[in-house]
Design a binder for this molecule. Sequence first.
Ligand code: G3P
Ligand code: MG
Length: 393
Amino acid sequence: MADMVGRRAGVSAGRRATEQQQRALSTSSRPQPGVAFAFDIDGVLLRGKTPIPGASAALHSLLDPATGAPAVPFCFITNGGGVSEADKAAELGRLLDLPPAAVSPGQVILAHSPFKDLATAAPVLVIGGKQSLAVARDCYGFTAAASPAQVAAAGHPAQLPLRPPHSPADVGRLPTCPTSGAPAGSPAFPFTAVLVMYDPECWHTDVQVTLDVLAGRGVSAGWRLGTRPPATRPFLPVHFSNGDVLWANEHPAPRLGQGAFAAALRAVVSATGQGDILSQQLIYGKPTPWPYRLADAALAGQALKLASSPSSDPGWRKTGIRAVVAVGDNPAADVAGAAAAGEPWVPALVCTGVHAGPGNCPVNPAAVVVEDVEAAVEWGWRLGRESARAWGV
Ligand code: G3P
Ligand code: MG
């Protein structure tokens, strides 16, 4: 495989374009009505910010060459996040050199996309790096979202003994109650949930502040010095946007993901004898059903559009989506999730990320194991050709 990847990486951009055009013209590679795709991102299309060889060509083969818009339904399901769906769509287009019409925010399902349905004006503690806080507050409607750094900046100076106190000028002030002016985490305006949006950058800060808020049943430590947490208030739910212990970036070996942070948080809760404060844990992202429901809706909308478009393959007017080829690199997330989603989902496992092969994963076996995303797309077209008669196309 290394040889194949190396050989592809050496192909020039011009030569790749010619190959893409040839592929689009070749009958054996033509998009097949009835077949949709759901692509994992890290380890399938990208490693960090670096495109995986063949990823751009694979996506180009799904586009209408005249308009650059999708010629078949496809979406992206990633356990990544920390940015908005719109920013991720723009980033994919930029990194994979796609035309503007190729990817819209509606095709992007992030690990935390299901959090939109939880939006509340009550305070929530948002864990996670990148733009997690801004996305929760400005895009998803959690108007009183606060970060651990904001809580610490407003709290006791010794709350985080290993680092100098955060300054509100650097991290922003805690949001306040629009009617009473009480700050988030105070007894009058307590936190109501913890949202782990994305992988945290500073585990010590995030574990410590999360423990403080959970133990205080929503009231952060600085407000309850010398007081007992109100035992009548229930423990807060903790929403983890994904459970990935490992994921693949440019580093040669897989990296620790949010699932590893969750394991550390659970271990600390247990080691401090406070097991009950984590009694409400909810996990979203692959392999749970949440992202597949969102993907089903996104793909169905695209299929409907294709069926009514005069420029699309008339086959889409005869058949709906008969197979969704879910292309992933992580058997525990991508294969297990697509298998659990049931028909028409078909898991295809690539060897460019967490799963290095050879062969299938014995614990979560995929319908097919292929070298990379280009081969997965080819496999999808073959599935469509072989099923065309049965599907009435
Ligand atoms: O943080 C990213 C990660 O957990 C996996 O992303 O695209 O492989 O689902 P992806
Ligand atoms: Mg992946």
